[in-house]
Design a protein around this ligand. Sequence first.
Ligand code: A3P
Length: 438
Amino acid sequence: MMSSPHLPLDTVDRTLPLPSHHKTLALRYLTLRLIVSLLVLTVALIIPPAAILTHLRQLSGQILRYRPFSFYSSTRAASEMPSPFASELQVAQLAVQRASILTKRVFHEKAKGTVDKNDKSPVTIGDFGAQALIIAALQHNFPADEIVAEEEAAQLREDPTLRNTIWQLVKDTKLEDASAEKLLGGSIADSDSMLELIDLGNSKGGANGRIWTIDPIDGTKGFLRGGQYAVCLGLMVDGHVKVGVLGCPNLPADDATRLTADIGTNQTDEGRGVLFSAVHSEGATSRPLTAGALAEPAKPISMRPLHDLAKATFCESVEAGHSAHDDQAAISQKLGITEPSVRMDSQAKYGSIARGAGDIYLRLPVKATYEEKIWDHAAGDLIVREAGGQVTDIYGKRLDFAVGRTLANNKGVVAAPAAVHRKVLDVVQEVLKITPSS
Ligand SMILES: Nc1ncnc2c1ncn2[C@@H]1O[C@H](COP(=O)(O)O)[C@@H](OP(=O)(O)O)[C@H]1O
């Protein structure tokens, strides 16, 4: 009987002898299968199945995370799934890095040695310049996203001299790494485009969609005196902060440096500059804010475990008009803290407690009507929470970034390691005479 390709398999006569070259092929095939089976058995005996799975996950993660940039360095362990915000984090870090370079130039060229501390023009130049550079990077990479930023360009449209001064700085400020600069979209086309970019920061904020929030120079007084200030950028998705980046050019680069009063007043840049970052559910990191964009690897940071509240270092604003120093001193005393508070400007306070250089940050309201701005807190709130801290207002409510440009639903800020936050909050409420119903 002839076998036919159209016949069902079980109708083929298997008793027919095979041609000799078919026999050789069959033999080779069986030998190969035997070798493969032996190999699989050996591998299975030596390496436990879980390890094989982990290896496969690592391999797929590495392939998915591959970026053709030499400076790219993720802080997530290779065994984890790829971050859903990897490119947002990378762009945010580079944008803050580039804007920080501009602010440092402004300080050295326009502010250092300023005799009249009431002359706010260096702040204005730095604020507008840094905002333009950050928005240019966001607009290039995420053109559909909204932006809530502190500044608007109306003042520059009326002042051509100021506008030109800022434009000269903006067009000349670049990252050293050409591929990183390219990722951010390179230079802004002209000064008109710069003004348009600045005005893109006019979103009303809210609970829907992707909204970036920018404070180009937080801590303007600190910036002017060569002390602490921060370049701040956060991404909110549906009202929740997902990515936070803080460039702190005047903080010591070394995470282990304990806080002392406003470290770094008018010193050189040597050994200073930190870039703090956090992604929701992925932890917080720091790396030196060096000129080589993201050249240094990011290190995970965490708050210091506090076994004895009396040994805590607590920090607060330098400005008595921004937080109630007297109430904060009373709370510190009730907690048994003997060391004086560390006063520093800007969200550098959030970064400092997140890396364990300090422990508690209190910002108790001075004016009942003041509403904190979301750009003054978004990045810092996430960085502290991702480093093992808790951040609430004086009523114990999480900061609510979903209600517009201000934290209209909150009053004040209480940030502390999660394990002791409740105890700190109890004392805050005792001193402020807040009852659970108030
Ligand atoms: N009455 C007030 N209470 C709380 N914060 C205030 C305030 N008046 C201004 N601020 C904010 O405090 C920020 C500085 O915070 P800090 O005191 O921690 O350094 C300022 O940001 P800018 O410096 O960007 O203007 C400003 O937005």
